[in-house]
Ligand binder design. Sequence first.
Ligand code: ADP
Ligand code: MG
Length: 423
Amino acid sequence: MNYNKKTVKDIDVKGKKVLLRCDFNVPMAKDGSGVITDDKRIRAALPTIQYLLAEGAAVIACSHMGKPQPSFDKWVQKQTEKGKDPATLTEAKWQKSLAELTLAPVAARLSELLGQDVALAADVAGPDAQAKAAALQPGQIMLLENTRFEKGETKNDPKLAKAMADMAEIYVSDAFGAVHRAHASTAGVAEYLPAVSGFLIQKELDFIGGALAAPKRPLVAILGGSKVSSKIGVINNLLEIADTIIIGGGMAYTFSAAQGGKIGNSLFEADWQEYALEMIKKAADKGVKLLLPIDTVCGDKFAPDANTLTVDAGNIPDGWEGLDIGPKTVELYCNAVADAGTVIWNGPMGVFEFAAFAAGTEAVAKALSQTNAITIIGGGDSAAAVQQLGYADKMTHISTGGGASLEFMEGKELPGVACLLDA
Ligand code: ADP
Ligand code: MG
């Protein structure tokens, strides 16, 4: 795919209404108080916003936040799947779940950072959004409500895309964290407007694309974390580009179980066992090193005060779960990255949020900080781990996109980039 795309600098935005897709999906305090716990994603969008405003554009910003269920029935279904008693699921509770995903806190924070008013529309492309967009003047900025409040967003409904596009004259995409999704606001709108990229997307594409176009070898990919089913599939593509693949975090136990190991209560994806065995074989056939944990630190519960036990891989007793890589694995993995030319890392090695299970992630982060390799970190929790452990400055690039950076590195087409005008 061609990543050489037109940017905001290649198009005249003066006096134009610009629909700007950002990734304002920021972490919020769990108590529903509306406090933003990390505004990094908002700050990452500032260069493009400030450029557009200074150039005399009227900016209609938009973003999704979380996973609201736009219909009551669907919400009931999802909550029931999560084990909630359907009798307790009221319309009022559903409304509250939506209200917690308003972009109002984002509008307020953005306004503080820009030092100017940011009006929030009550809807995405409805009457209030349309009225506010029509009245917007050059140098002013407004924000649409959470795009996922509209059912059509994730379905890439052309009607929603057209309604959003109709409010503007130019589309600028700067939501790197969402470019791997073909949604109405990330790709659909580009059918109706001249579409270009902002500075953040440009920076990410230049960085990750540049590092992987002709990577300094050996290229080591480290995969971990807890989103096993959404990440394990990338191994197949990574086998085509990497020299070494290191598996940690929750993903390791599906491999262990597939090889006949005992994994206790560890994270496990039964449907991916056969695939795991295929990947082991494919790696051997291609001469790619696929490293799996040789020992593991277990807990007797998923909690900070769990009792711990270190055992060899595949020997986790009943009632225990693997929550970190063990010391022998740490040594193996740190040696494997020591002479790397390029390292891409997505997903922590263990439950680093609990001190008893942070050693694996900490050791790998430290090892990366000491190499001369180009180091690229993707994934919200991985970035948070590196930050929290104090190694952020030592990494070459910390991506604002988790899934997007992984799919990009795999060589998959990113719909939110493919839809932009070629340079
Ligand atoms: P990222 O956000 O970097 O893409 P994920 O969201 O996939 O990463 O996973 C991050 C989470 O994985 C962390 O919160 C961490 O506690 C958890 N995790 C890591 N190892 C394990 C494990 N063995 N079992 C359960 N959870 C794990
Ligand atoms: Mg995560």
